[in-house]
Design a protein around this ligand. Structure first.
Ligand code: CA
Length: 95
């Protein structure tokens, strides 16, 4: 696959980790405090990130350390933050 430009962030993409978590919670459709791949996909698509579904799978591979299909603890969210910074070009500040 030869994608030259795989993503496009048009919304404000600078936030603190706390804001990032709050933003994520907005996509926690069933309000169970965990982020599933589907919820993550919606979050990515809301940023108009291309191939949101594909990227959501990549993120889960990287960040879902206990492989339970959800991002549900601080370590996993931390990984997600790192992924977003490195691969989604989001600027997330540690305060
Ligand atoms: Ca997990």
């Amino acid at each position: 696959m030869a994608f030259v430009c795989c993503y496009q962030v048009k919304q404000p993409n600078q936030m603190t980790v706390e804001e990032f978590k709050a933003w994520l919670r907005g996509f926690d459709g069933d309000q169970d405090g965990r982020i599933s791949r589907e919820e993550l996909k919606e979050a990515l698509q809301s940023l108009r990130i291309w191939f949101g579904g594909w990227k959501a799978r990549q993120v889960m591979k990287e960040a879902d350390m206990d492989r339970n299909g959800h991002l549900d603890n601080d370590n996993e969210i931390e990984k997600l933050v790192t992924y977003a910074q490195q691969n989604l070009h989001m600027k997330i500040y540690q305060h």
